[in-house]
Design a protein around this ligand. Structure first.
Ligand code: SAH
Length: 218
């Protein structure tokens, strides 16, 4: 880990943000520690640096947002991943969620449909030294080349679960994806047990739309 993480700027703000996330019910202390280390201000545009440690989504360009820290925490906790496991993220956006996974010791593969956003997040990955594998494309069809994944996390909302993502899930793996209308969604946490898929729902979220072959039509 680069030494300025954790010792750098905004340490107090980060601590306060993490305390809020803890109070809202996130229990995984290892994850909370990681969130406290990651410099979220490096993932937002200059205009929003002063608001980087508010528990809210912020614009990142191309009509997209960096997810709310609480939402990132809930989704990551729901993945229940172990160090060394392989995770696919659909919707790189700012790269903040991918960085959290990398910091947890996960091998991260991430797909973003906007090249401009991907280029910006790749610069931050490089700066922080994360070996995150990324590509520009339609994540609704997954990334078959590196499948199966121990976890798949989709950070944009879909009308229904894309079949390709279920197919690319390893036995025992989990898919976390917001499903619903364009306005409101519930997080679906799908666990694969051989050829069976068990779903749990966490209610009440709001994401930008997942646009693609197996998502909303853009
Ligand atoms: N995980 C991001 C959240 C970004 S918002 C973060 O931590 O900042 C969701 C992102 O999903 C947007 O950048 C959007 O462009 C992207 N997206 C939407 N549909 C997609 C698709 N089919 N494939 C890949 N990315 C997609």
């Amino acid at each position: 880990m680069p030494e300025y993480i954790g010792n750098g700027r905004y340490k107090t703000e980060r601590k306060e943000m993490v305390e809020l996330i803890r109070q809202r019910g996130v229990k995984d202390e290892n994850l909370l520690k990681v969130i406290e280390r990651i410099p979220r201000h490096l993932f937002v545009t200059d205009l929003f640096i002063g608001r980087a440690y508010e528990d809210s989504p912020l614009p990142i360009g191309k009509s997209q947002t960096i997810s709310q820290p609480y939402t990132v925490a809930v989704m990551t906790e729901a993945l229940e991943i172990k160090k060394g496991s392989k995770v696919l993220e659909v919707g790189t956006g700012s790269g903040y969620q991918a960085a959290i996974l990398a910091e947890l010791g996960v091998r991260v593969f991430t797909i973003e449909r906007h090249m401009e956003l991907l280029n910006a997040s790749r610069k931050v990955f490089e700066k922080l030294g994360y070996p995150i594998v990324s590509k520009c494309g339609d994540g609704t069809i997954g990334w078959a080349e590196f499948a199966p994944y121990d976890g798949i996390i989709v950070t944009a909302a879909a009308p229904e679960i894309p079949q390709a993502l279920l197919d690319q899930l390893a036995d025992g793996g989990k898919l976390v994806i917001p499903i619903g209308s364009m306005e409101f969604q519930d997080l679906h946490v799908v666990t694969r047990k051989k050829d069976k898929f068990l779903t749990k729902e966490i209610c009440g979220f709001k994401f930008v739309p997942l646009i693609g072959k197996m998502g909303w039509q853009g």
